[in-house]
Write a protein that binds this ligand. Sequence first.
Ligand SMILES: Nc1ncnc2c1ncn2[C@@H]1O[C@H](COP(=O)(O)OP(=O)(O)OP(=O)(O)O)[C@@H](O)[C@H]1O
Length: 212
Amino acid sequence: MFTLKKVKYKDVLNIEALTIKKHKVTCIVGQSGSGKTTLLRLLNKLISCDSGKITYKNQALKEIDSVELRRDLVMLPQAPAIFSGSIKDNLLIGLKFSEKPLVADEKLLEVLKLVRLKKELSEDAEKLSGGEKQRLALGRVMLMEPEVLLLDEPSSALDEDTEHMIIEALVNYSKENNKTLIMVTHSKKIAEQFSDEIIEIKDGRVLNQKEV
Ligand SMILES: Nc1ncnc2c1ncn2[C@@H]1O[C@H](COP(=O)(O)OP(=O)(O)OP(=O)(O)O)[C@@H](O)[C@H]1O
């Protein structure tokens, strides 16, 4: 799905070769500051590499229109934005931005259940806790049903039990719907348990890529 060859980005990333497979769960692990977020941003074309080549579905990423690309991929940043308004507004905003058809409340409630958020659609989103906001943002991304989900520490604000539940639900959802899930995580335990492949980054380089 993605291939990277001799990719350099400033002094931050220097990747000889890397492949990320379609329909798999790939976890990216590594110390803080090792370049994990930068890698996701390169894949999402938020930034471009200084040299080397990245391809997506065998096409050079630089030749793919960013708007087209983002119909396929959605990235959830480490600190996702929550907008003033209700939970429903916040769930629908991703669909509105990407000009996708809106969905009925029933579907929204299904997604809330999936991310284990026991709240009413009408509740004020800004009053949610940090972990609840993170789950709401994850629900927003899942609702957009992209082919590829790029998630930057989607469970960093959650306790271990909730984290486990959410990641499990997310992985099941991805497998059942043939999604490609690329996820940065601080947790080696989560990576070992849920991924098909683990990419370990150290000082901007791929230290290890292994099938689990
Ligand atoms: N555009 C940039 N120019 C220069 N340095 C950058 C740029 N973007 C990121 N960096 C630096 O690159 C390093 C890697 O950043 P990155 O956010 O990718 O790390 P990370 O592995 O995701 O870290 P964390 O786990 O703490 O989120 C950091 O030292 C950061 O300051």
